[in-house]
Design a binder for this molecule. Structure first.
Ligand SMILES: NC(=O)c1ccc[n+]([C@@H]2O[C@H](COP(=O)([O-])OP(=O)(O)OC[C@H]3O[C@@H](n4cnc5c(N)ncnc54)[C@H](O)[C@@H]3O)[C@@H](O)[C@H]2O)c1
Length: 321
């Protein structure tokens, strides 16, 4: 059945892939973004589809958003729009509050007003904090250690409070380290893989903080887009928090071995002192989402990295060859 979904943060990294997932399943999508960190080029494929409507707007602008809800009567909302930089959330706590908490409240209240039952919210593994037991389990007591993580957690609690009070199915997805094409490498705090790719493509050495044995649960953006889409479309009730992860930890040294295959002539990697506050190991338990949604990550790390480096189409033929 074709329905209409709202995606906020549509021109972003995860947003643009999620929009394409929905369009490929014959759904209609209204994509909202204020282009704060997103780029219109990310929506090139989506904008060629008649099932997609592009809206340049701020998700916190209640009047504009209300008009969209009124016009489209959305079947579900994927709320991705956010201030995404942890260091920026330290520098700009008021903006962090507005973009990461007040925006979620605005969208949730509009969902209630217009009887849009399903709200999928982009949360983060950052809510677990540095000292959580591995693998991170949704039942663990969260220990946010930045204004960013605190706002994500506060939004989760608020949305689940609405879910318990009204007919709102709030699905909070805690993404781990998402990587893939379209991630912006220009910020020094962007995903480490987009930074490595950018450096290797520029003929520069990778810079590793520490001994490279730190591990991350890297998940391909295409898997995340599928988790988002399934969470929107599934009809059974699922209001709760869920990890979106692979369950596997990959060390930066293992990552660099895969890069060596792609850039055999790259200069040797450079190791420097570890950054204060960097998490040593991060890994999630994927079982809860698997049980409720039947979701498990499908893109092997090597394939995902090839897609990031070579672009989606080139990587598919490369992997098949
Ligand atoms: N990339 C990751 O590894 C990761 C991990 C955990 C959580 N997340 C969350 O996933 C979501 C998407 O992140 P991303 O990595 O795609 O980042 P991104 O910066 O590419 O996407 C965020 C998008 O939201 C837009 N935006 C910001 N504020 C807005 C507003 N008020 N109104 C309208 N649009 C607005 C930006 O312009 C951008 O296009 C965010 O909520 C982020 O916190 C991402």
């Amino acid at each position: 059945m074709t329905q209409t979904f709202l995606v906020t943060g549509a021109a972003g990294f995860i947003g643009s892939h999620s929009v394409e997932w929905l369009l490929a399943r014959n759904q209609r999508v209204v994509g909202v973004d204020n282009l704060r960190t997103g780029r219109l080029e990310n929506l090139e494929v989506a904008r060629s589809s008649r099932a997609f409507e592009w809206v340049l707007a701020d998700a916190c602008d209640e009047a504009v958003m209300r008009a969209l809800f009124e016009q489209h009567r959305f079947a579900g909302v994927l709320h991705l729009a956010a201030l995404v930089s942890v260091p920026e959330s330290f520098r700009e706590p008021a903006l962090n509050y507005r973009l990461n908490l007040a925006a979620a409240d605005c969208i949730a209240r509009l969902c209630l007003e217009f009887k849009c039952k399903r709200l999928v919210f982009a949360s983060s593994a950052a809510v677990y904090g540095t000292y959580a037991t591995l693998p991170n389990q949704e039942s663990a007591i969260p220990q946010p250690q930045s204004p960013y993580a605190a706002a994500k957690l506060a939004a989760e609690v608020m949305l689940l409070g609405y879910a318990a009070s009204y007919a709102l199915e709030a699905v909070c997805l805690r993404y781990f380290n998402v990587y893939g094409p379209r991630q912006d490498p220009s910020s020094p705090y962007s995903g480490v893989l987009s930074i490595f790719t950018d450096r290797f493509q520029g003929g520069l050495p990778a810079i590793v903080y520490g001994d490279g044995e730190q591990t991350r649960d890297f998940i391909s953006v295409r898997d995340v887009a599928r988790a988002n889409g399934e969470a929107l479309i599934q009809t059974h009730a699922m209001a709760d928090c869920y990890n979106v992860c692979t369950g596997c930890g990959i060390s930066l040294n293992q990552v660099l071995t895969v890069y060596r295959g792609l850039f055999p002539d790259a200069p040797p990697d450079e190791y420097t002192t570890a950054r204060i506050g960097d998490i040593r190991h991060s890994r999630g338990n994927p079982e809860k989402l698997r049980n409720i949604l039947g979701f498990s990550a499908q893109i092997p790390f090597k394939q995902g990295l090839h897609e990031l480096v070579l672009g989606e189409r080139a990587a598919n033929s490369e992997i098949r060859a």
